[in-house]
Write a protein that binds this ligand. Structure first.
Ligand code: PLP
Length: 439
């Protein structure tokens, strides 16, 4: 019997022993195509020579140096490379070990920024319903999923939630895309006014919503309006690109497609591509300057901040993406995947919506296409689908809908950027067979 404390105490899962390109291999030798990159992590597949070599070289040179005493070459180089390609105004990179830590650091930095500038009354965060920003207490509080929070509620900071931008399910029949986008963005202004015009420190959102909705981009104009509202009320805009960033949507940073400039940007997953646990919180020059001119010290800091081996892996990942033209490849392969999904599943009686960007796609399953009525949660569809796909040799990421029955189950696809067209075709075949098996 193993002494590992697993995610699910009663699930018997295979032991992964190897990785080969886009495939994972279990102890029985079975190969699984990693159609979701785990949870949108493994963007370069599982055997990238450059990243593996960079890690080996860094271990030989320097394994660890605490950032209270030293900076390190790979952390400096990775920060410079990210800033070279970051949205306008973003100037500093604070390294962490994953997505929740990046969001946690973002919330704390937003708070410290306002306190140092003499506005300590700004303590409210606004985020969106049906969102996920991580599992540490601050990030969990920011997420808009009541059932994840229920038992921890007494430990969580207060966060208000407004509507997500999710036009498939929530746009009115007679409403244009533009009107819908403005209406849901304007909820931010209403919530700021309700809380008090100078009491909100930050608004937090994913540019393309990953796990909780299934690769849902906002409608055009939504984030422009959000930016205007944030500027009007002195609220910092934190974009969570932990899942959708680092090339996944066909842009190195997902917010490029929105033409919107965040004040703080969180990245993780694809930054280390699974080779090392690494994430980062990037912030604007203004925010950095306020801290630098004030206390001169961001009141945060974990032991493994800026870990040299994690930074070396992240550096090799970003260099590989840029030098191999992988972000452009994501756009091209993404168009292929979209076409295959639409042709194989677009008319399926239980596929309500297919949406996404780049190599980040969601397929929403419904009981009735005409009414968009989701399956009842007791159906346990997401769990059955995950199992059926796994039996086919496909790793995908099905998520159950909401317990109030308003939002249906969906499957998230986030295959490695190096997937060939033939491999993407087989992902669609395997997914189609799995859907037909369970419905
Ligand atoms: N933010 C988003 C949008 C995520 O999808 C996730 C993880 O799925 C997180 C934050 C938390 O990241 P991590 O699991 O690396 O802590």
């Amino acid at each position: 019997m193993s002494h590992v404390f697993p995610r699910h105490c009663h699930a018997a899962i295979p032991t992964a022993v190897g990785g080969d390109g886009c495939y994972l291999i279990d102890a029985d030798g079975k190969r699984y195509f990693d159609g979701s990159g785990g949870a949108a992590v493994s963007c370069l597949g599982h055997s990238n020579a450059r990243v593996k070599q960079a890690i080996k070289d860094q271990v030989d040179k320097l394994a660890f140096a605490h950032t209270g005493f030293f900076t390190s070459e790979p952390a400096e180089a990775l920060a410079d490379l990210l800033i070279d390609h970051a949205p306008e105004g973003i100037d500093r990179v604070y390294f962490v070990s994953g997505g929740s830590e990046a969001v946690e650091a973002a919330i704390k930095l937003a708070r410290q920024y306002h306190v140092e500038r003499g506005e300590p009354q700004r303590r409210h965060v606004i985020a969106r319903r049906q969102s996920y920003h991580g599992n540490t207490l601050g990030a969990l509080a920011a997420g808009g999923n009541a059932w994840r929070q229920a038992q921890f509620a007494p430990l969580l900071i207060e966060v208000s939630h407004i509507a997500p931008c999710y036009e498939y399910a929530e746009r009115g029949e007679a409403e244009s895309l533009a009107d819908y986008g403005q209406r849901v963005a304007d909820e931010l202004e209403a919530e700021i006014q309700r809380l008090g015009e100078d009491s909100v420190m930050a608004f937090l959102a994913e540019p393309v919503v990953g796990a909780t909705l299934g690769a849902v981009p906002a409608v055009e104009g939504y984030f422009t309006r959000i930016r205007e509202i944030c500027d009007r009320y002195g609220v910092l805009l934190i974009l969570d690109e932990v899942m959708c960033g680092m090339g996944r949507t066909g842009h190195l940073f997902a917010c490029e497609a929105e033409g919107v400039r965040p004040d703080i940007l969180c990245i993780a997953k694809g930054l280390g591509a699974g080779y090392q646990p690494v994430g980062a919180m990037l912030c604007s020059k203004d925010i950095y300057q306020a801290i630098s001119d004030g206390s001169g010290f961001f009141q945060h800091g974990h032991t493994y901040v800026g870990h040299p081996i994690a930074a070396a892996a992240g550096l090799a990942v970003v260099q590989e993406m840029l030098e191999q033209g992988l972000v452009a490849q994501v756009r091209q392969r993404g168009a292929h995947l979209e076409a295959q999904l639409r042709s194989a599943l677009g008319q399926h009686p239980h596929v309500g919506d297919i949406r996404g960007r780049g190599l980040f796609w969601g397929v929403e399953l419904v009981a009735d296409r005409a009414t968009k009525q989701p399956f009842a949660q007791k159906h346990g569809l997401a769990g059955k689908l995950k199992k059926a796909a796994f039996a086919e040799g496909l790793i995908c990421y099905p998520m159950p809908g909401t317990r109030d029955g308003k939002i249906g189950d969906h499957v998230l696809l986030a295959p490695p950027f190096i997937s060939s067209e033939a491999e993407l075709d087989s992902v669609v075949d395997m997914l189609g067979r799995a859907i037909d098996k369970v419905l």
